[in-house]
Design a protein around this ligand. Structure first.
Ligand SMILES: [Fe+2]
Length: 196
């Protein structure tokens, strides 16, 4: 297995012009080139998506169409610049509605059962293990984005283990490990890794 085969990235904002990530396709390609140089061989990119949109069919369709269009632009550019790279599509689903309908495969990671989710405003609402359980009950596997970045995570670090017990996976940011968000998230990231 080559190094490229070994690394898959499941959280990035590379679809141009659809969120606070890459603004242009040139910026997307710049980020992707750096990832490829670092040994990433597969990317499932994850633009921001508000779960509450699922309650309004018209707004949902509009947002998904916007993401479809952006993803097609990215796909064509990647095919030309990095034909060896496997590119998939996902979302980072902000659970502003804790129980969205995730049946549209575009809401999940490359159409699999896995869905990248985050809690609103980088703070953890009550009963999150129940939310995880309910999403699992619908057949989907939530991956909680960057637990180390929540402001109040240290007050109740046990909640991370509760998410795991309820059936969630966890995703940690590279930036947290190298101190890009400061010492707090870096320390929590190390603590979580050390705890397995
Ligand atoms: Fe993100």
């Amino acid at each position: 297995m080559t190094q490229l085969d070994g690394v898959t990235d499941l959280h990035s904002h590379l679809v141009p012009g659809v969120d606070d990530g890459a603004r242009t396709v040139e910026e997307s390609l710049e980020g992707i080139s750096r990832m490829v140089e670092a040994g990433v061989g597969r990317i499932v990119t994850t633009p921001h998506f508000d779960a509450s949109l699922c309650r309004d069919e018209k707004r949902l369709d509009t947002r998904l169409a916007e993401l479809d269009e952006g993803f097609e632009i990215l796909r064509a550019a990647v095919l030309e610049a990095h034909p060896e790279l496997e590119l998939g599509r996902g979302q980072e689903v902000l659970l502003d509605d804790p129980f969205p309908d995730l049946s549209d495969p575009r809401l999940r990671l490359a159409g699999t059962r896995f869905v990248l989710v985050e809690w609103p405003r980088l703070s953890i609402p009550p009963s999150t293990p129940d939310v995880v359980e309910r999403i699992r009950g619908q057949g989907w596997i939530p991956i909680i984005a960057h637990p180390e970045r929540y402001r109040d995570i240290l007050k109740d670090i046990g909640v991370v283990a509760a998410w795991r017990r309820a059936g969630a996976c966890l995703q940690m940011n590279h930036g947290s490990l190298v101190g890009r968000y400061g010492r707090g998230p870096q320390a929590v990231a190390m603590h979580l890794l050390e705890g397995g």
